[in-house]
Design a protein around this ligand. Sequence first.
Ligand code: HEM
Length: 404
Amino acid sequence: MSTTDFDPLAPDQRENPFDVLAAARREQPVFFGEALGLWVVTRHEDVLRVLKDHRTFSSAGALKSSLEPLPPEVVEILAGGYPKMPYIIELDPPLHDRIRGLVTKAFTPRRIAALEPRIAAIASELIDRFERDGRADVIERFAWPLPLRVLGELVGVPEQDLGRLHRWGTDWLLLQQQQPPDRQLGLARSVVALQRYFVDLVERRLEDPTDDLVGAMVAARAEIDPPLDAVEIAGLPLDLMVAGHVTVTRAIGSTLSRLFGDPRVRDHLLDPKTLPAAIEEILRLESPAQGLFRVTTREARLGGVTLPAGARVMAHFASANRDGCVFSAADDYDPLRADLGNHLAFGKGIHFCIGAPLGRLELAAALPLLLRRLRGLRAGAEPAEREEVFFARGFRTLPVEWDA
Ligand code: HEM
């Protein structure tokens, strides 16, 4: 395998993206990936450099992996929403810092800790609904609804709206990668609906304050200098809802799939002493956010190549997380490894994951509960399907069985 084989959209590389990345780290650590039309950064050291140097590696347009400009019909649909709505993940300072400051004020450790009993209660309630069936698609019945409902309660979104927010959010991500033009039209309509939904939510909070996270953000907006307007605030709950459930869903699915092939994982997840490290090690190995994107603001030397100004770059977290220069026996599952703290599954630098404590809390509550309640949990007879969004590793469906 060599870097010319790199195609994360191909079915075999959705299943196993790691061999081609290992070849890249050995032979061509920063290479131009023709399949995506961007530069892929594969070594831990270089990925860290990208993440820490936001002046050279800007996040503007950081979500978009496709180089193709959107067709005019799609742009026209998007114009009906809020094309200038800032998403925190796509911002550079100073706007990034203003918006991140607002989340930090509202998304406090106390607010996260208060969610802990709710996470367990929601997880139990979901399991009650299918426990007697003996089989299920665990993504549909559990891995999607759990983080969505937790975020719904956190952000202040009614439960009946979660289904469409989930659909619109997935469409938003899908619009960021190559798609047939016909499909882009529908995806763009979802983006507009998503943006309008959150602007409307923020405007209602401006008139009628609430205790939820959006209410807290609205209340704190005056402390940010200069204050943020409704559209600027609305990007935040939108980011949290999307970034906060797609990743946790993927992490749950990938963990289960891994434990079906390795009994040690089950034992580690069921023991409170080993649970946190096991979760961390699986995040390192699976990297639910495989990599995200940056654009160079000036010429830069990286991994032996010179990137021109304006180059699109993918900082490949999943590849960095298996770099043998940092992790010993990097492909092996070993929650006791001394180098575990170096993993980049939550990123690094100014865009470090805001939801990392919540994501960890959800996984630590949900996974042992699932294993205790569904005795003998194992892979189902039907084949699992991989996730379509290539930069999010996980499953679209994961059929499972247990002793009902
Ligand atoms: C296992 C779960 C999760 C993983 C693996 C994950 C991964 C990541 C990564 C790698 C980044 C850095 C992006 C970059 O550098 O461009 C990030 C940022 C972010 N994450 Fe997470 N995340 C998880 C859970 C969550 C949750 C639960 C939330 C919300 C409640 C969340 C919200 C965010 C937000 C808003 C950002 C952008 C921060 C910024 O740009 O300043 N994430 N996440």
